[in-house]
Design a protein around this ligand. Structure first.
Ligand SMILES: [Zn+2]
Length: 357
């Protein structure tokens, strides 16, 4: 009716505690692009492979249902908190991965805060990598990395330093067939060594790069102690754990800033949806999504160990990966004051945005 048409449309404006607008609609749009890719994969298996057809039918449906309705509580000061929503929990979902990264940030912040309250520590950020792999070798490489990580953590030199750790797995994918100037600027030395220039064929095209992001809790005195490990030592230990016949790229740096937020910043859980929701290249997107979907299934992408694991338990935090994605920051609920009003927002296909209903 005319009355409905004239009614002011109210879009969702969800702000974080720091006042930053949360990009719900951007994430939901990418989630729907992923659902389209799942739909195309499903169609490619229609009649020829019923098991795969059903797998991707399920993926598509779950993906589409994700975060369609968002229910908020709002207090007298206008502060808002999410209290009900359905999240698909798919490993590749852009909405769910964003929620997970916010949740991991909140969890790591809380854990570091608790650790620092008892005793001051030093923090290191470690990136453990190995050579790029093709789609066929990805699954096996991930097995090796998980095994290698456990071995690495048991070495005496590592155990002497690491009092606690957070470990996140990231897999990036190289979607560029040609070396762009942006890529060249970033890794000039590397391309020069190979005698390659802008516009040449990218040698890493269609390759996967799995790596670990690790946050380490060490003694306050670590950087001046005898236990201190040089960059080459970290590198050798990782090569040994992984049984590599070459020296892998390993990055180690001191985490600057002592607030829990600064430390948690490096622990981010990241899966770049721009790597597999590739605009204007549906075939490539389908290949990458299918590869990652199988490779990530049932894997622990994040883990806590040592005192970080102990505090995760003591603080009663739930599973960062498969746990609740509605309440990602449990403190926020307690901040609300006075009488609550309930607000519901729903995804609107016409506006491609969340609209108050
Ligand atoms: Zn989702």
């Amino acid at each position: 009716s005319m009355e409905q048409l004239n009614k002011q449309v109210e879009f969702l404006e969800d702000k974080s505690s720091s006042g930053k607008l949360r990009d719900w609609s951007g994430k939901k749009k990418r989630n729907l692009s992923l659902a389209e890719i799942y739909m195309m994969i499903k169609e490619s298996y229609r009649k020829i492979h019923s098991e795969k057809f059903n797998r991707f039918l399920n993926r598509e449906e779950r993906c589409r249902m994700c975060a369609i309705v968002l229910k908020y509580k709002r207090d007298k000061n206008g502060k808002r908190t999410l209290y009900e929503a359905y999240f698909c929990q798919l490993r590749l979902c852009p909405v769910c991965n964003w929620r997970r990264s916010l949740k991991i940030f909140a969890q790591v912040s809380k854990i570091i805060q608790a650790i620092e309250k008892e005793q001051e520590h030093a923090y290191l950020f470690l990136t453990l990598t190995q050579k790029n792999v093709s789609a066929e070798n990805l699954d096996k490489t991930l097995d090796d990395m998980m095994y290698g990580w456990n071995k690495f953590m048991k070495y005496k030199k590592v155990k002497d330093v690491v009092k606690g750790a957070y470990r996140g797995l990231e897999i990036t994918y190289d979607k560029n067939p040609i070396i762009t100037s942006k890529m060249y600027q970033k890794k000039k030395d590397y391309y020069q060594k190979l005698g390659l220039k802008v516009g040449d064929k990218n040698p890493n095209f269609d390759m996967y790069h799995p790596h670990f992001h690790v946050l380490i809790v060490a003694d306050k005195s670590y950087f001046k102690s005898r236990k201190y490990l040089k960059h080459e030592e970290w590198q050798e230990l990782w090569a040994k754990a992984m049984k590599l016949d070459y020296m892998p790229q390993v990055n180690v740096k001191k985490v600057k800033g002592n607030t829990a937020e600064a430390v948690a910043e490096v622990a981010k859980y990241s899966a770049k949806d721009s790597d597999y929701v590739i605009e204007k290249d549906l075939d490539l997107s389908m290949n990458v999504v299918e590869t990652l979907d199988y490779a990530l299934q049932g894997r622990r992408l994040v883990s806590f160990s040592g005192i970080m694991k102990e505090w995760h338990k003591k603080l009663n935090l739930d599973d960062a990966e498969d746990g609740d994605l509605v309440h990602i920051d449990s403190e926020k609920d307690e901040e609300l004051e006075g009488e609550m009003t309930l607000e519901t927002y729903a995804w609107n296909v016409g506006y491609m945005n969340y609209v108050r209903v």
